[in-house]
Write a protein that binds this ligand. Sequence first.
Ligand SMILES: [Zn+2]
Length: 363
Amino acid sequence: MKPVFLYEKYLTGTLNSKKRKQQQYKKIVSHLYSHGAASIADIVKSARISQPLVASLVEDLIGFGVILESGIGESIGGRRPSLFCINPAYQYVVGVDINLHTLNVAIFDLNNQLVHREEYKDFELENSVDYTDALCEKISFSLSKLNIVEEKVLAVGVSIPGLVDAENGLSHTHLTFTEESLSAYLKDKLGFAVLMDNDARMMALGEKAFGKAKDKKDVLCLNLSNGIGLGIILNSKLYSGKNGFAGEFGHILIDPDGDLCYCGKIGCLETLTSGAILVKNITEAIDKGQPSLLTEYKAEGKEIDLRAVVKAILEGDQFAIDQLNKMSEYLGKGLVTLIHLLNPEMIILVENLRVLVNILLDQ
Ligand SMILES: [Zn+2]
């Protein structure tokens, strides 16, 4: 089930003419979505549709309520042109960010503005129907808070860690309890189109669509959290590999004599540098008597986690900073391999922003 704009359900005509119209409308809507307010001349240039046809399609879209007249633009010789923009409240997109210990549900309008966000701390990821149904309830709860009815939801985008086959909506690492695809299960429960991908690839897509990679063609986006994820944009397109397993950067071999990784191999990059390993190394050293700001934290009976480590680093704990530096060297070695292999235009390092935001909110 693909995302469907509300107006598409009411189009009439033969199958072929409907399809052609839908494509033309989508070109206009997608131009306005990614570029903001535009004149007919701007749309003609980008959509490569004739001027009279664009004018008539724009008139249709105004009639449907999906776009609005938004004012008058600058003159480029002659009369100043009318500008058109998307009606932000025409439909909404739900973003769901599944993590091992937290869940974020956010609602965006068609101007990509955040209109609502709920964060659920201690929402432990479990491979169960109960977890998934609770997740669906959280989505419905957020929508009902804003009085958004079902048909106003364009799609739900789900970001989940682990191996994901986005094309077939399959999650191979988490939420594998269902025999059908996870996205089909969610779609049946929610009644909306569900698009799902691995968290690092979702970040890369976001950076490409709206962020630092907007005007770049070949970009690597590293998700540094408990593990190491990699989203690859090649020639302006997200690269997922044959089964959607591309980007397992954390599992390239760095140390053949190293530790056993949870993936079953020896000496993966993630056994040397990752949030989880940073926490493990620091905890072990503190148990052996290493002085650190975290020593007292542990003595109080609290468990050291990534959040506590980041807090200690921000507070200037020298031992935690040294450990992070040591890990950065391994990460650097891994990155050199990627650079040789893919010759990217840009590498974006996305540290676990949620951890930092939580710390800042607590202070
Ligand atoms: Zn591994």
